[in-house]
Design a binder for this molecule. Structure first.
Ligand SMILES: [Zn+2]
Length: 301
């Protein structure tokens, strides 16, 4: 199958985009399925430092063209500058939070990936059927706190894969898990508004806010995810020539030497700056004097 995939238009397109950006593309299959969760039969990982994109497909599904196309489309979106959620490197986020952030990033891309797969007349219906079966079985479970957010994400993923199936069981789910179902409808609206990198950034930020609310409900603590996760700003030609301080402000905390570049549009972090190398006043001067384009180039945000 790998040879067949490597001769497909999609693979060649992704390879070409990767080469243009100086990334290598490595496609392989692996056998660890028993350890993996039900819905994880493949992955796409970007190693920014080594400029490598790795796509792994579980041997259990290596006969499935859809499994490869799915991961290739994740790589394609990355290469087309769709935003990723980057973590503040000096704090290890709790594993659960890290997992939810990855899911938010994934599901935002799935909003585009599944429709493209339908257009290419390529699916992974075997995987979808298995996934949907589990999602529907989980209607009998009781979720609390953050679990309700998990359930809403699961319903959303199910709906992106097969909307009719979730609709079919709507009444039952609504009766047993009303809060989860309403949350699913809310985040579905956010996700379905995605059609380009800018709308994806907006959706990711809104979902991180919802996650923060549920984390707070569960633990009565703030997690400050709007500072600890950065989503690079998506610029367009209009704002590039505008003054940087129309769009950004800085934030800093006594515990960290670093400076957080925040977007005025949505109050979410766009960049982490090493405060031991650049002072707050230098950054403030840049904001006052630079255009957005100059600031992006200088600070790599
Ligand atoms: Zn995916």
């Amino acid at each position: 199958m790998i040879d067949y995939i490597k001769s497909s238009d999609l693979y060649l397109e992704v390879l070409d985009k990767a080469e243009q950006k100086g990334y290598s593309l490595n496609l392989f299959s692996y056998s660890e399925s028993s350890k993996k969760k039900l819905d994880k039969y493949g992955f796409q990982k970007v190693n920014f430092k080594e400029r490598k994109i790795e796509i792994g497909i579980d041997k259990l599904v290596e006969h499935d063209k859809g499994a490869y196309f799915h991961e290739l489309l994740h790589a394609k979106l990355f290469l087309e500058d769709y935003p990723q959620i980057l973590r503040y490197p000096k704090i290890d986020l709790d594993g659960t939070i890290d997992y939810y952030l990855s899911e938010i990033g994934n599901i935002s891309q799935h909003a585009l990936i599944y429709p493209i797969m339908s257009e290419l007349e390529c699916n992974h219906s075997e995987l979808d059927d298995r996934y949907l079966k589990q999602v529907l079985e989980n209607t009998n479970l009781t979720y609390k706190g953050l679990g309700k957010f998990f359930r809403a994400l699961e319903l959303l993923e199910g709906s992106l894969r097969n909307k009719n199936k979730i609709e079919e069981f709507k009444d039952e789910i609504l009766k047993k898990q009303p809060e989860e179902y309403k949350l699913f409808e809310k985040i579905e609206k956010i996700i379905l508004a995605i059609n380009d990198p800018l709308t994806m950034r907006n959706a990711i930020i809104k979902l991180i806010d919802v996650l923060e609310q549920y984390l707070k409900l569960s633990s009565e603590k703030d997690f400050f995810l709007k500072y600890l996760t950065r989503v690079p700003l998506i610029s367009n030609n209009i704002i590039l020539e505008d003054k940087a301080d129309n769009f950004f402000y800085i934030e800093y905390f006594n515990e960290f030497a670093d400076i957080f570049i925040m977007s005025k549009i949505d109050n979410h972090c766009c960049g982490f700056i090493d405060g031991s190398r650049t002072s707050k006043s230098d950054i403030q001067k840049m904001l006052n004097n630079y255009t957005v384009k100059q600031l992006k180039e200088r600070l790599n945000i």
